[in-house]
Write a new protein. Structure first.
Length: 132
């Protein structure tokens, strides 16, 4: 049975996106061990932070404060990890949502993956440390 798709409009929609995506990511052979190894038993807290992050980014509700790059700056992740993250994230969007905000989520996820990858490659190749 095909799910009825709609655009991302509420925090409940954000929770569906985040919960569904991270259920896949946690089981994924490539990125699952990285997520599970870092987050361990703190998944409820991490998911709550991600709800706030995506609610701020997509719905413009200022519920997230912080710098998402820093926690990722020391992780052993490379292009193939970003490619898999992006594939699963956009697959999850396509399964559940359609519309302007869903399209924006795809674009923003591409830009975030691109920016994180660029910054990680830069910092991993030098002795410089990120400021934030």
């Amino acid at each position: 049975m095909e799910l009825e798709k709609k655009d991302i409009e509420t925090r409940k929609d954000i929770q569906l996106l985040v919960d569904t995506f991270y259920a896949k990511a946690r089981e994924d052979e490539l990125i699952g061990p990285i997520f599970n190894g870092v987050i361990k038993d703190k998944w409820p807290e991490h998911l709550e932070k991600l709800y706030r992050f995506w609610e701020t980014v997509l719905l413009y509700k200022r519920s997230y404060r912080g710098s998402p790059f820093m926690p990722h700056s020391k992780l052993p992740i490379k292009k193939e990890h970003f490619d898999q993250w992006l594939k699963l994230f956009q697959e999850t969007l396509d399964e559940h949502f359609t519309g302007k905000i869903a399209d924006d989520a795809k674009w923003r996820s591409e830009k975030m993956a691109e920016m994180f990858q660029f910054k990680l490659e830069y910092y991993q190749g030098t002795d410089k440390k990120p400021l934030l």
